[in-house]
Design a protein around this ligand. Structure first.
Ligand SMILES: Nc1ncnc2c1ncn2[C@@H]1O[C@H](COP(=O)(O)OP(=O)(O)O)[C@@H](O)[C@H]1O
Ligand SMILES: [Mg+2]
Length: 291
């Protein structure tokens, strides 16, 4: 074999760079296995954010943010709009880079790409708009990532779709068209799709923004059920205080100056911090925040 043949094999062969690029994972891990995405259980990750700062065009948006989120925790970040909640989420999934500060996931600095990891954290984000494809069925939407990445054989993909739909209370709805669904069902399909890759971390940006209160309550129950069945860490960004207080283990309140307070829902409800009292009052008009 000539040197160029060897190079070609290195690039295109089963363990070659091209194969890895198109399949995303190293082939050897999956030998004898009918699915590459489900090869390992998820593991709720810990997150530590240290002195994070970010400005856009000279305007500071994140000011010295410090947060610790425990493995398996359901953690909400609440606050008025424009306070940098979505920007903070984007940093956790490396869509934005901080001006200074660090984010550690399971103790690893996520911006330090020089370090070799045994396994990267798997995350998925549920967007406000649900971002489903209307021309596809529910099942096709849920299986999209698995099919695109060709991580599984077809029968396994179908099993995963069934299982993820069951987890969000949509068992047997594979063949419905996405356009036929209510807002709450769409959101649940978007969650099922996010679960397809067995994420260690799931992030929701304003999950209740387009939902009525009854549907928001249903969604809260779905997210709580997931927590009891799966090992994953959940971060929710919301301006919906009641939703966050109902389903979170802990809540961080943000305002334009940064994180104002972190506590359990009970601690937040009874906080004497005027910023929190004011937020509770303006978002509930004093109805539910008075106890
Ligand atoms: N890529 C960007 N370029 C410039 N400004 C941005 C960018 N992303 C966010 N911002 C600004 O950062 C601020 C916080 O945004 P955001 O995190 O979306 O707020 P929240 O989610 O709390 O409502 C806003 O003033 C927004 O305009
Ligand atoms: Mg936002």
């Amino acid at each position: 074999m000539t040197a160029s043949d060897k190079n070609e094999k290195k690039t295109r062969g089963k363990n070659g760079i091209l194969h890895k690029l198109t399949h995303g994972f190293t082939a050897s891990i999956f030998e004898g296995c009918d699915c590459q995405s489900n090869y390992e259980q998820s593991r709720g990750v810990s997150i530590r954010i240290e002195n994070l700062n970010k400005s856009f065009n000279g305007n500071p948006v994140l000011k010295d943010i410090n947060l610790e989120i425990n493995p398996g925790e359901t953690f909400s970040i609440i606050g008025p709009s424009g306070t940098g909640k979505s920007v903070l989420l984007k940093h956790i999934v490396r869509l934005e880079k901080p001006d200074s500060g660090h984010i550690y996931i399971d103790g690893h600095d996520i911006y330090d790409l020089s370090e070799e990891r045994e396994r990267e954290y798997r995350y998925s984000m549920v967007f406000q708009s649900s971002a489903l494809f209307n021309s596809l069925t529910v099942g096709e939407n849920v299986g999209l990532w698995l099919r695109e990445k060709r991580v599984c054989i077809e029968s396994r993909i179908r099993r995963i779709i069934r299982e993820k739909l069951r987890l969000v209370g949509l068992e047997g709805k594979e063949n419905m068209m996405t356009s036929e669904l209510s807002g709450g069902m769409k959101k649940r399909v978007a969650i099922a799709r996010s679960l397809a890759m067995n994420p260690d971390l799931i992030l929701y940006d304003e999950p209740t923004a387009e939902l009525d209160p009854v549907t928001s309550d249903e969604l809260a129950r779905v997210i709580m059920d997931l927590k009891s069945q799966l090992d994953l860490t959940t971060i929710i960004v919301s301006h919906d205080l009641n939703f966050a207080l109902y389903l979170s283990d802990r809540v961080a309140m943000m305002n334009p100056n940064g994180v104002v307070e972190i506590g359990t829902p009970e601690q937040i409800k009874h906080s004497q911090n005027p910023v929190i009292r004011n937020f509770i009052y303006t978002t509930t008009k004093g109805i539910k925040g008075d106890d």
